[in-house]
Ligand binder design. Structure first.
Ligand SMILES: C[S@@+](CC[C@H](N)C(=O)[O-])C[C@H]1O[C@@H](n2cnc3c(N)ncnc32)[C@H](O)[C@@H]1O
Length: 393
């Protein structure tokens, strides 16, 4: 078969002729169209659902290849495929024959895309083996098993906000993990899955801006400035945050700071503790017949505090599920406000501390006993509090 040269073709707006309209032609037409090609299908009968820029339901003629950049012979009649290959050769158009690898001048590799990496595999004309290898490589790239850092600094660098989930590294998304492995700089929060940092390459700079609720931490302005400064130095900066970056996480402020400085910024969503803590504790936030809605609110300042924009009166007046973050220090004031606003004092409640971590703890209680039980059980942040009938043990 001789040596073959792998190539990546830019087919955007280029005419590609597919002869045949069965299942193989339909799959290949879809691939060509996603590569931006102008696809012309010629087939004596159109068997499969096929989408193309032009469909001609008639027999192939050599002139169909005039002006084409590429031809694909995908009929189940060897003579027709051979005629397409012959007409293509006469016109110096590359032709892929689906029926006979040895007679085909061009092979279409089994391909997959993971982020900006394109995997294209050819296995000596054995398509089944090529597909199996492609799948294995793509799987290993997706889960980070197969990994190589970028060797060129991106022009101007960039920032990626990665939602790290509630703390268990297993709850970080695959995309978030790949971004982490590709970072030059990681700027990390206290509640992010910090255990993963030990596995990073030694030359990755790790900056801990962890906000201990009782201790000093980097100010948001200092964090924003750090992200911008490192990205402007051409670095890929991963901002690894707890939960989801946009749920009570000030992620939008970091995005705004990057954009204001002209720095490219992407956001990878994360598993928020607001839902994960409940699920890990076996509390369904919604349940047929019990609760059809849930509200997530911050309890970092008590009801009545001028900094609070939470409408505790409205939250106390409903029976729906209430999920509180950052509320440990203010549980007594919050419970009082909810009961005053009409919520039944015997409403079930659950406190989930250190959700997803080896020291996860769940305390089942009621609204009226919430603060006392949290004190007695020495609950410390981070904890999520769920109030509502769904928290019934
Ligand atoms: C500043 S907020 C960040 C929330 C985060 N963006 C998210 O989506 O989970 C911090 C609060 O999230 C909650 N939290 C985060 N991780 C937690 C965990 N592993 N267990 C319980 N609560 C957690 C606690 O209420 C904590 O005070």
């Amino acid at each position: 078969m001789g040596q073959r040269l792998p190539l990546f073709l830019d087919l955007r707006d280029r005419r590609v002729v597919v002869v045949g309209a069965g299942a193989v032609a339909a799959r290949r037409t879809a691939r060509l169209r996603s590569a931006g090609a102008y696809v012309v299908v010629v087939a004596s009968s159109v068997l499969a659902a096929i989408e193309a820029d032009e469909i001609h339901e008639r027999a192939f003629t050599p002139a169909d290849l005039d002006g084409a950049w590429l031809a694909l012979a995908c009929t189940d009649v060897a003579e027709v495929n051979a005629a397409v290959a012959e007409a293509a050769r006469e016109r110096r158009v590359w032709c892929v024959r689906a029926d006979d690898a040895t007679a085909s001048d061009t092979w279409l590799p089994a391909a997959a895309v993971v982020d900006e990496v394109v995997v294209a595999v050819s296995a000596g004309g054995d398509p089944g083996r090529a597909i199996a290898l492609r799948d294995a490589i793509a799987r290993d790239l997706r889960d980070g098993t197969l990994h190589a850092r970028r060797t060129r600094l991106a022009a101007g660098g960039r920032v990626v906000l990665v939602g790290g989930g509630p703390g268990d590294p297993g709850l970080l998304t695959l995309r978030g993990y790949r971004e982490l492995l590709s970072a030059d700089v990681v700027v990390v929060d206290r509640l992010a899955p910090t255990v993963l940092l030990d596995e990073l390459d030694e030359d990755i700079e790790v900056v801990d801006v962890g906000k201990d609720p009782r201790g000093a931490a980097a100010s948001q302005d200092a964090i924003n400035a750090l992200l911008v400064e490192r990205a402007q130095a051409g670095k890929v900066v991963v901002r690894l945050k707890g939960g989801d970056p946009f749920v009570l996480g000030r992620g939008s402020e970091e995005v705004a700071a990057c954009l204001a400085a002209g720095v490219r910024v992407d956001v990878v969503p994360g598993v928020t503790s607001a839902t994960a803590a409940a699920t890990l504790a076996g509390v369904p936030l919604t349940e047929r017949g019990t609760a059809q809605e849930f509200t997530v609110a911050s309890g970092h300042v008590p009801p009545g505090d001028p900094r609070s924009t939470v409408d505790w009166r409205r939250l106390g007046a409903t029976d729906s599920t209430l999920v509180l973050l950052m509320a440990v220090a203010n549980l007594r004031a919050i419970a009082t406000a909810l009961v005053e606003a009409g919520r039944d004092a015997s409403t079930p409640a659950a406190i989930v501390a250190n959700a997803s971590m080896p020291d996860q703890r769940v305390v089942r209680t009621t609204l009226q006993s919430l603060a006392g039980d949290a004190e007695r059980e020495k609950i410390e942040p981070p904890a999520v509090v769920i109030i509502g009938a769904v928290a019934e043990s």
